[in-house]
Design a protein around this ligand. Structure first.
Ligand code: AMP
Length: 277
């Protein structure tokens, strides 16, 4: 496994990789969710590249960029075990030299949900992902369903800008109590960790009501909100039931519908989703 820090070196080594090339972009502090992406990439491609880069431009000024968890040694040991070919780990200075001044904006889809709560977030994501695609030139790139809107936005960018790769979405990996794995779960105290199960409980409730025949989206939102409000450590940012392609909020639930939510547990903001099909 080669660990590369410079863009020029990554571009050069790329030319020597066997095709097709699978690529997994991450911000590090890896867990089983990331590793599911890596394993799928490994199974489907003779070459696998993983990037680890905590992208400053996708964090808002009040967000957790400066204390985002990191443990590169542990990450590299995990990726070595998965037989990754190249880990691309650029510095912030390498990715954002002082003269850097170009941005990728994906329209409408980025105005809602995470985009509405985190202004500028998807501009940062789309810009860094587009650049990573240009540097790594993957045949396929793997994204988690955990960040459903991110995967949708990236697919839209790839389609609109005629980028020459396939985007693969991988199912969400969960803890035994249903909590979606996330590097940010590490911020939770033991009490908050228990409370965090309420996100998946709310999603499961929507799934249950849907399977019992409920089609009124507002009723589903209200039931989810009522359940979350019973948890004293939880405060809701949004609860959404939207068309899974356009992200337009629904009155009547027509499949596929994306049920997604952002909830703060103490100071930690967590997101999760399920699709009603
Ligand atoms: P991050 O390091 O948080 O930027 O995540 C890197 C990639 O891993 C993204 O495509 C995420 O959607 C994906 N990912 C993160 N957590 C999970 C999870 N629990 N299950 C599946 N994919 C995940």
């Amino acid at each position: 496994m080669k660990v590369i820090e410079k863009i020029a070196d990554m571009k050069r080594l790329r030319q020597q990789l066997a095709e097709p090339v699978g690529f997994v972009p991450t911000m590090g502090y890896l867990h089983e969710g990331h590793l599911a992406l890596v394993r799928q990439a490994r199974a489907e491609n003779p070459s696998v590249v993983v990037s680890i880069f905590v992208n400053p431009t996708q964090f808002g000024p009040q967000e957790d960029f400066s204390h985002y968890p990191h443990d590169p040694e542990r990450d590299l040991a995990l990726l070595e075990k998965e037989e990754v070919d190249i880990v691309f780990m650029p510095s912030a200075a390498e990715m954002y030299p002082p003269q850097f001044n170009s941005w990728v904006e994906v329209g409408k889809l980025t105005e809602r949900l995470e985009g509405a709560s985190r202004p500028g977030h998807f501009r940062g994501v789309a810009t860094v992902v587009a650049r990573l695609f240009n540097i790594v030139q993957p045949t396929r790139a793997y994204f988690g369903q955990k960040d459903a809107q991110q995967a949708i936005v990236i697919k839209k960018m790839v389609a609109d800008l005629n980028m020459n790769l396939e985007i693969v979405t991988v199912p969400t990996v969960r803890e035994p109590d249903g909590l979606a794995m996330s590097s940010r779960n590490t911020y939770l105290s033991p009490e908050e960790r228990q409370a965090a199960a309420v996100l998946y409980q709310a999603l499961s409730l929507a799934q249950k009501l849907w399977s019992e025949g409920e089609r009124d989206a507002q009723r589903l939102r209200q039931e989810m909100i009522a359940l979350i409000q019973k948890e004293p450590l939880a405060s809701i940012d949004y609860v959404s039931i939207a068309n899974a392609e356009t992200l337009d909020e629904l009155d009547t639930v027509n499949p596929p519908a994306l049920v997604s939510l952002a909830v703060k547990i103490g100071k930690t903001r967590l997101i999760d989703n399920v699709v009603l099909e």
